[in-house]
Design a protein around this ligand. Structure first.
Ligand SMILES: [Zn+2]
Length: 447
């Protein structure tokens, strides 16, 4: 029996947008294509008339910080944060460590178990934050993740030799390494020249050159170590260009990620938003923001993740008094798709197929889950989002996110996530979450 029949949608796939239909049964895609190519199901349980709406595979966010027993306060956990994901059309997340290390096979298994009980969406894990490369690389891969995270900056700074050795060992075992790229020495020196504690002081403490130097060196390290490299959260167009050099010349795959916040905001916005734009790497100039959109459009940037980091509004507000006080990081999983559809597609910066690549297909490939995730192919997981057009004002009050704020508050957007389907179930409608904690599955990512 057919569970869901979506009609009259503009179905987005790699390279095309086509008026058509999607048929879902038993949690998988039964058919997707033009109305004439899709046999009309006889007895669908639910029919969704998607007239005027765009249909895409559910988005995959390859960079979230959603669960940390030691760091996050009550109410912020994998349940509330994956609920926020599903409200925004994100049906799979790849979760990274924050403060609590995930550097042993036991820690991977423990986090997978904890998060499985809480997950609204399917998820994978990343091991990190690795400072000592003498870890059980193959044991961690066997426990479910070949994806290792390390840093060139505090608070999880790894030495050059440690990064090189980690890359060598991960590369030999068939794994990949993702690197936070800002050179600590340049951050230290910049900080030493700054006296104030106002929000702009923070921006000035993390210079562009720290990112450029670290991306360049991570590229050479990956070539040396023969290890696939993923550069997370690139904050500048120049950073994307720096990483792009290695994509064409490196002997190993190099993938480049940016986040919506670096496309939406620049240093110029900090006077108004203050601590609500405190993020690492910090925001750069408006010119760099423009160059970054160009890199997103032309394919230099491979994919978009959010670096979602949840805090409560009250905690973050303290940063108006002392910007060094609150933890850096922005909530973003619920707004990623709507931002990119509104400010990217509707504003003419990218096409629907490019959005499909940036938040569906490329993240699924990066996570080793394509085409099961990130496509609408027959037989794959029925994760689908429908997006409708219509102007509205962004307000945290309309969001599922429990922190009570969004950096996009007050912006006027033109695309909204209407209906979200995951595993063949309707899990959200207009940011109202209908799924349940524990519905999502841990996606073991063996080699
Ligand atoms: Zn992160």
């Amino acid at each position: 029996m057919t569970d869901i029949h979506i009609t009259n949608a503009r179905v987005v796939r790699a390279g095309s947008v086509q008026q058509g239909e999607i048929v879902i049964s038993d949690g998988t895609i039964d058919a997707a294509g033009s109305a004439s190519s899709v046999p009309t199901p006889t007895d669908p349980e639910t029919v969704i008339d998607a007239d005027g709406m765009v249909a895409l595979p559910g988005a995959i966010d390859v960079h979230t910080h959603m669960h940390d027993d030691d760091l996050f306060p009550d109410g912020i956990d994998f349940a509330s944060q994956t609920a926020s994901a599903v409200a925004g059309g994100v049906t799979t997340v790849i979760e990274l460590p924050t403060q609590t290390p995930v550097t042993t096979p036991e820690a991977v298994r423990k986090k997978a178990k904890t998060c499985s009980a809480l997950a609204h969406v399917d998820f994978g894990l990343v091991a990190g934050n690795i400072q000592d490369p003498s870890i059980d690389v193959t044991g961690i891969i066997d426990a479910g993740t070949p994806d290792f995270k390390t840093f060139t900056a505090d608070p999880y700074l790894a030495s050059d030799a440690s990064i090189a050795r980690l890359m060598r060992r991960a590369g030999d075992a068939g794994g990949t390494v993702r690197v936070h790229c800002e050179t600590q020495g340049l951050l230290d020196d910049a900080r030493s020249t700054i006296d104030g504690d106002e929000p702009n002081a923070y921006m000035d403490s993390r210079p562009l050159e720290a990112e450029l130097d670290a991306i360049s060196r991570a590229g050479y390290f990956a070539e040396y170590a023969d290890c696939p490299l993923h550069v997370v959260h690139i904050s500048s167009g120049s950073g994307a260009r720096e990483g792009g050099r290695f994509k064409s010349r490196a002997n190993v795959p190099v993938t480049l990620e940016t986040c919506p916040q670096y496309l939406a905001f620049s240093k110029a916005d900090v006077a108004e938003k203050g601590p609500f734009l405190k993020v690492n790497p910090s925001l750069k100039s408006d010119a760099e923001r423009g160059r970054l959109w160009e890199a997103v459009r032309d394919g230099t940037i491979d994919l978009i993740g959010t670096d979602h980091f949840p805090t409560y509004r009250e905690t973050r507000k303290a940063g108006w008094e002392d910007i060094w006080e609150p933890y850096a990081g922005l909530p973003g999983v619920e707004t990623m798709v709507e931002f990119l559809a509104s400010e990217g597609v509707h504003e003419g910066r990218i096409s629907w197929p490019r959005l499909h690549e940036l938040v569906c297909a490329a993240p699924a490939r990066k996570a080793g889950m394509y085409p099961r995730k990130g496509s609408l192919r027959v037989g794959t997981d029925a994760d689908v989002m429908l997006i409708r057009a219509g102007e509205y004002e962004v307000s945290a009050a309309d969001h599922t996110f429990v922190g009570g704020w969004t950096p996009y508050e007050g912006q006027r957007w033109s695309a909204r996530v209407d209906t979200v389907i995951a595993g063949g179930e309707i899990v959200a409608e207009d940011h109202e979450v209908l799924s349940r904690a524990g519905r999502g599955q841990f996606l073991d990512r063996p080699l």
